[in-house]
Design a protein around this ligand. Sequence first.
Ligand code: 5GP
Ligand code: MG
Length: 181
Amino acid sequence: MESMKVSPLLTEEQIRIRVAEIARDITRDLSTKVNDDDPTIALILANGALFFAADLLRQVEAPIELQVVRVSSYGAGTQSNGMPEIIGGVSLDKFRGRRVLIVDDVLDTGHTLSKIKKVVRESGAKEVRSCVLLDKPSRRAVEENADYIGFTIDDVFVVGYGLDLNDAWRTLPYVGIVSEK
Ligand code: 5GP
Ligand code: MG
């Protein structure tokens, strides 16, 4: 990691402001139909979306339950292998008849979100929405989109605010681009 450097792309302030805006949008959309007997399940894709989800969901003013799932798509490195697998964390029977909000870090090729949506729908969820911190539309390999998007970015590999490269830089408070020094 010593030969790599991180250049800031999104500041803490930019992230804070945008996360608050998305939380307001989600609150608005949920409050039109939700009541206390029907909490939304936020399905958080760990580890990448943990910080985003924690900041976001604390500001959503609607009843929410948390579920965390782990999905593998990368081994070490920066390229998706195109075949994401759910590697644990969640029991699928929880979703039957429920409203689900998937929270992920980056919508990149689209394989991960598309797989998760499919699994959640097949588990009997009555409504599936998705929220991503970052969208890289130029990278899309399958037709996929998110209902709530923090920032649209170019085809760059980013770390920080939950995102890692081989487990490094996840706890940076901002999002930055990794490159060779
Ligand atoms: P997709 O299946 O859409 O190609 O990939 C989505 C997953 O790839 C994200 O959940 C994220 O874990 C990872 N990913 C995509 N782009 C980046 C990036 O720039 N930085 C990091 N750290 N992970 C990324
Ligand atoms: Mg991820």
